[in-house]
Design a binder for this molecule. Structure first.
Ligand code: GDP
Length: 430
């Protein structure tokens, strides 16, 4: 290895569908083997659910690596941080006996989500003719301020005057926009902002150069995991625009959003659910009819971790997964929730879409084309047997192996992990 090249291994784990792929579980399993876990984009809209023993942890901002003692957990510059929620999560973990002190670092360059962002988000979504289905937590408006070069960053807190003027301008701007939309900022907005600023001051105490920390860890031979939120089809550039999130969820975003160069990344693992789900608005080409939709929602517990919103469900979409393999440069796949399919007599996979322009095999840029897309299905036999106890591929029923083989063929990406239940031990490493 040449001088200056990193010697630890740097792996990105990201979602390949519309989020909620079970990344939390995969990151949790892989985090046991690394020294540093860093998030690179998104805000508190993304919730990871992780089961440790009989305990369930829902993490919105702090990387789920925190559940493994001694791991360093970072929030990169690409993340937007909601200070009060962060403080609550931090204290909630400590209250449950998890040591957080000294283990969490936030990028000096990360932007903050303030109460006026949240209010603006809610009013904008209420008034929009085309609703995106945002979580209303202010993530979008905070990223808008970042791109508009008027955002509030963690590093600003060494300059109290600058913070005061940025916040004042933020409130005024939000007031004007909310008024234009026919709403009103609440009278106690000043107190809400004050409270957020007190929590933000504490965040500043955790400030670090995440890119440098990651690179130094790699140079010391330590392994690093970069954890994405949401999924490829929600990427601001590559997703089903405008029904997307406000950040780059894809692998390129892992470099930009953590502060390292792309050449420092060794592996990119794409997490796909064994079927597809979507929360929020926008097309879902393989979406089920109501009866099967309801059945999958029950079988898979498909309700949002942050909002409790029911997710729409559908068959595995290999057109999307192949696209995700391409735009992320995947080196491997982690297939989750295989066990959810255990009782089905037959399982379908979409291999192409029929549209008014003919049959297409590549995921289209035109989101509206997806609305009319009729999936071309290939149907495989189900296995109708429990898979939750399988720990090797050989333990799986032949039909389940065939299903995984077909996903591998269609995506041209090797399946490296298969999750067969919510528990840490319910995993197959290939
Ligand atoms: P994330 O945001 O991608 O981490 O996904 P969520 O946290 O929204 O969804 C994952 C949910 O699925 C959690 O409740 C997990 O415990 C659960 N889960 C993850 N992997 C599996 C699996 O292999 N089988 C089953 N049945 N549930 C799983």
């Amino acid at each position: 290895m040449s001088e200056g090249r990193s010697s630890g291994n740097c792996t990105v784990v990201l979602g390949c569908q519309w989020g909620d792929e079970g990344k939390g579980k995969i990151v949790d399993v892989l985090a046991a083997e690394v020294h540093v876990v860093a998030r690179y984009q998104g805000g508190a809209n993304a919730g990871h659910t992780v089961h440790v023993g009989d305990d369930e942890f829902i993490l919105h901002q702090i990387p789920s690596g925190i559940l493994h003692p001694g791991k360093r957990c970072l929030l990169g510059n690409g993340v937007v941080i909601e200070p009060l929620g962060f403080a609550e999560e931090y204290e909630g973990l400590e209250a449950r006996g998890i040591t957080v002190e000294g283990r969490v670092g936030v990028s000096q360059k990360a932007h903050l989500v303030m109460p006026y962002h949240r209010l603006l988000d809610q009013v904008s979504e209420d008034q929009a003719t085309q609703k995106i289905g945002t979580t209303g937590r202010g993530i979008g408006p905070a990223y808008e301020d970042k791109a508009g070069r008027r955002g509030l960053r963690v590093s600003d807190f060494v300059h109290p005057d600058r913070v005061a003027s940025l916040v004042e301008e933020g409130v005024q701007r939000a007031r004007r926009r909310v008024t234009l939309l026919g709403g009103e900022l609440p009278g106690d907005i000043g107190a809400m902002v004050e409270e957020a600023l007190v929590a933000a001051e504490r965040l500043h105490g955790l400030a670090t150069d995440t890119g440098l920390e990651i690179l130094n860890a790699l140079r010391r031979g330590q392994d690093v995991l970069l954890e994405g939120a949401q999924g490829t089809a929600l990427d601001l550039d590559h997703g089903t625009y405008p029904f997307v999130t406000s950040s780059n969820t894809t692998a390129g975003g892992a470099a930009t959003g953590s502060g390292i160069g792309p050449t420092a990344i060794d592996e990119v693992i794409g997490v796909v659910k064994a079927y597809t789900t979507r929360v929020g608005n926008g097309p879902l080409p393989t979406g089920f009819q109501p009866e099967l939709d309801e059945k999958f929602r029950e079988l898979g517990g498909e309700f949002g971790a942050t909002t409790g919103r029911p997710r729409r469900c559908g068959w595995f979409d290999a057109v999307l997964a192949r696209y995700a393999a391409r735009v992320n440069g995947l080196t491997g796949l982690a297939v989750t929730k295989l066990d959810v399919l255990d009782t089905l007599p037959e399982i379908s996979i979409a291999t192409a879409y029929r549209t008014s322009c003919g049959e297409i095999h590549e995921f289209p840029a035109d989101t509206w084309q997806l609305d009319e897309a009729e999936p071309v299905y290939e149907t495989l036999p189900g296995w109708e047997a429990p898979t939750g106890e399988a720990r090797t591929l050989a333990d799986l029923p032949a039909a389940a192996r065939r299903y995984l083989d077909r996903i591998e063929e269609l995506t041209e990406t090797p399946v490296q992990m298969v999750s067969v239940g919510t528990r840490r031990r319910q995993i197959i490493r290939v």
